[in-house]
Design a protein around this ligand. Structure first.
Ligand code: MG
Length: 391
């Protein structure tokens, strides 16, 4: 039984406006189009996948599908002015391949799962049309456009239709052709076209996760969905000893037989930490943002750098989950100052002290730190991006 999947991606949704149609915007798992194609190619029993795209979207489509060289994926074809016309174009393109069944799917539902596809295909053994649906659980109201005069609507027996909608190929193509010829152009989905043509339509269980990306809120939710957006950054810094009687480490003044050379207060640990934070959000490095050539940073306390890095992390809608710092030197001893330093770091980062790791090590008298020529520090930072929906 030859089965085709027809994926409709020609719409330019008015409810999520933007320079790039929503089905091509990057989500965590790729674009909605790419993800829909992937799921169909991975589902058992799908022999062909045809995507219908909008005029001018060929470049976006090629970019979204660059990683999918599957012989079952046919070159995209152009849709029409409405969803219904696009579906007809797609069916006509598939006619040459003579499939016996077709699944018509909205690319704006990238979270469809193989079990939903399997239920639709199984139901096609018993009738010409089967669609996934979920029962309406919210109370329903009917009101005027301004929200006035709200009246309750009985929800028993009401379902929300999803896609992919499955059909015996010849009858749904005939139904679409007949609807177009009869000027029936405002049918809301393919099941409505089937019904109009008198085909019996049955429901199978859809899923709440099979949501349709419609509004900017949906897109933001889809991005936060699936996997948390965890990012980590690394920082490393070295400062050379010079004459002096103290060093600054992690924002704490530590008496020592030497000072550290540097344009700012030479707090090597806070410099490494600043780079780790900037690295986690892909935002340059400390030398770019606070150049040595800028007199403003002459002798500056390095907590200013950390504060700016924290601001930049937040600006990118990320939260700091933890940081970890290793100070590398033979002396001074860090142990007596460790808890003060962790407290200071927690305060600067505005996170709990238990999210701050701080360790010190020697290099067994080896290398420049072993020869007591300076201090090195490494830092890592982990952040989670939690995008706020734009509306
Ligand atoms: Mg430095």
């Amino acid at each position: 039984m030859k089965t085709a999947a027809l994926i409709l991606a020609a719409g330019h949704g008015a409810r999520a406006p933007g320079p790039v149609p929503k089905q091509y915007r990057p989500l965590r798992l790729g674009s909605a189009v790419g993800r829909s194609v992937e799921v169909m190619l991975a589902a058992p029993g799908i022999d062909l996948v045809q995507v219908v795209i909008g005029p001018g979207d060929a470049g976006l489509y090629a970019a979204a599908l660059a990683a999918h060289a599957d012989p079952r994926l046919l070159p995209p074809i152009l849709g029409g002015a409405t969803r219904q016309q696009s579906a007809l174009h797609g069916l006509l393109a598939l006619e040459a391949q003579a499939p016996e069944r077709v699944l018509i799917h909205d690319s704006a539902r990238p979270f469809v799962t193989p079990d939903i596809i399997a239920r639709v295909l199984a139901a096609l053994a018993h009738g010409p049309a089967a669609i996934p649906a979920v029962p309406v659980t919210d109370s329903l109201k009917r009101a005027d456009d301004a929200g006035g005069g709200a009246r309750s609507v009985e929800r028993a027996g009401l379902w929300r239709a999803q896609t992919p909608q499955g059909f015996a190929f010849a009858p749904i193509l005939a139904a679409h052709r007949a609807a177009a010829a009869a000027g029936q152009l405002a049918l809301s989905d393919d099941a409505a076209v089937a019904e109009w043509a008198g085909l019996p339509v049955s429901l199978v269980a859809g899923g709440e996760h099979n949501l349709k990306l419609t509004t900017p809120e949906d897109l933001a939710m889809a991005s936060a969905h699936a996997l948390p957006d965890v990012r980590s950054g690394l920082g490393f810094d070295v400062h050379r000893f010079r004459d002096g009687d103290h060093v600054w480490l992690c924002g704490v003044r530590v008496p020592h037989s030497h000072g550290l050379e540097g344009h700012s207060d030479a707090d090597v640990a806070l410099h490494a930490l600043t780079d780790a934070l900037l690295g986690a959000v892909g935002d340059g490095d400390i030398g770019q943002i606070f150049p040595d050539s800028d007199a403003r940073w002459q002798g500056a306390p390095s907590h200013l750098f950390v504060r700016e890095a924290v601001r930049r992390v937040r600006h990118r809608q990320a939260q700091i989950m933890n940081v970890d710092i290793t100070i590398i030197c033979e002396a001074p001893r860090i142990g007596p100052y460790r808890e003060d330093m962790r407290r200071r770091l927690a305060e600067l980062l505005e996170i709990e002290a238990e999210r701050v790791g701080l360790k010190a090590t020697t290099t067994e008298n080896l290398g420049f730190t072993g020869r007591r020529e300076g201090i090195a520090a490494m830092a890592s930072a982990t952040v989670v991006r939690v995008p706020r929906p734009q509306s």
